[in-house]
Design a protein around this ligand. Structure first.
Ligand code: AMP
Length: 386
């Protein structure tokens, strides 16, 4: 029984979702909805437009996928072309959303395809065939989607729902024009959902252009999940590597995510750690799509234990059970800190995030502390490194 004055917790059964979807949710191991799911699912079920201010790690993917699946199951024109288009900034996010979708839709018969660039001709043909046959849900990055659109075989005339995920990220990456071009190919009468971790004026502008009288939900400003134990070390650049070795060598850590500012730092650090016998690989934008996927898979399956990354994996990438996040460099952008640290302690688990701060990075640390609203606990480096 809820305490007096406490709101009753909703369960997934309260959303009027079909049995086939509830079975999918159960198979994914979700037992109760997260706050954004509690707030977002009823709005989307009512076919309203929605702006969701929420970062990854909040459960926003299921918040939009579940009610959209319900709409598709109820759609009488099912199979008449593409029903739902989800536009995302990166291929990693497209693949991840498609994986979630396959879990939720397993018992429903709803079909989906992820469409993204950086792949070979075989994959292009697979994407083309899937689009030709009319998958119910298409999850796509903007550039590749436009390439397919221009070939003229995408049946979008019956499209009912459009989702823009990580909209702020897409604008940062320069996709504004592409998004507008894509939307010009869609029916005007549709449901549009937009998710963004931040709400700068450009996002408001895009929303007023594309959404119709939207409801808005805002989850409390970006803050690392409560389960993350955060700490900083104040340490010179010349000693960062020694501290890192102290933390990693002879430790039983299954998954450590290590962030650097640049891809060269990521490559060099991975090389150095490998040379002292640690199980490590680097992921960054110089890698081909196939190589990135392989590295991520190796890390997910704990074949390698340390992943050195630039910010390409800090947003959106779904790797559970990360024991430790280390920011070898303080991120330039305070929000990137929240995204990086959000890689640990996803949906209720616990984790540790350590940040190495040199003198020049003090201002960035101050910005982070301002954003999250508290000071991060300081640990003193071991005596030999002070
Ligand atoms: P997202 O913010 O959508 O990227 O989700 C973050 C992580 O939380 C993913 O690993 C999801 O599988 C997980 N997740 C989302 N919703 C729930 C839920 N209701 N119960 C348990 N895990 C969830």
């Amino acid at each position: 029984m809820p305490e007096k004055g406490e709101k009753k917790k909703l369960s997934f059964n309260d959303f009027k979702l079909s049995k086939s979807i509830l079975d999918g949710i159960e198979s994914m191991g979700y037992t109760e909805p997260t706050p954004i799911q509690e707030q977002g699912i009823p709005i989307i079920m009512q076919n309203k437009d929605l702006i969701g201010c929420a970062q990854t790690g909040t459960g926003k993917t299921a918040a939009f996928l579940l009610p959209l699946l319900q709409h598709i199951i109820e759609d009488k024109e099912k199979n008449a072309g593409i029903n739902t288009l989800i536009i995302v900034p990166t291929r990693e996010l497209a693949i991840q959303i498609d994986q979630h979708l396959q879990g939720f839709s397993y018992f429903t018969g709803v079909s989906s395809v992820a469409v993204y660039g950086g792949t070979d001709g075989v994959i292009w043909d697979q994407q083309k065939n899937a689009l030709n046959m009319g998958a119910d849900i298409v999850i796509a990055t903007p550039g590749r989607l436009i390439a397919h659109l221009q070939m003229g075989y995408m049946a979008l005339q019956n499209l009912k729902h459009l989702v823009l995920d990580e909209a702020d990220r897409m604008l940062d990456m320069g996709f504004y024009g592409d998004i507008i071009q894509i939307v010009q190919n869609l029916p005007e009468k549709r449901q549009t959902l937009m998710f963004s971790a931040t709400m700068p004026p450009e996002i408001r502008k895009l929303a007023s252009k594309l959404l119709n009288n939207p409801e808005e939900i805002k989850l409390a400003l970006a803050k690392p999940a409560e389960g993350v134990l955060q700490a900083i070390y104040k340490i010179d650049d010349t000693r960062k590597l020694s501290l890192l070795k102290e933390l990693l060598v002879n430790k039983e850590l299954a998954r450590v995510l290590l962030f650097t500012s640049t891809k060269n730092d990521a490559k060099n650090l991975a090389r150095t750690l490998k040379s002292i016998g640690l199980s490590v690989e680097a992921i960054h934008s110089d890698l081909e799509q196939k190589e990135r996927e392989k590295v991520l898979l190796n890390f997910k399956s704990a074949r390698i234990h340390i992943l050195v990354a630039t910010d390409i994996v800090s947003r959106g990438i779904d790797i559970d059970n990360i024991d430790l996040v280390i920011n070898y460099h303080v991120p330039q952008d305070a929000e990137d800190y929240v995204h990086r640290v959000g890689r640990t302690a996803r949906a209720k688990a616990t984790g540790v995030a350590l940040t190495f701060v040199n003198r020049r990075e003090t201002q960035q640390l101050t910005n982070i502390e301002k954003l999250i609203g508290y000071k991060i606990f300081e640990i003193h480096p071991p005596g030999n490194l002070r």
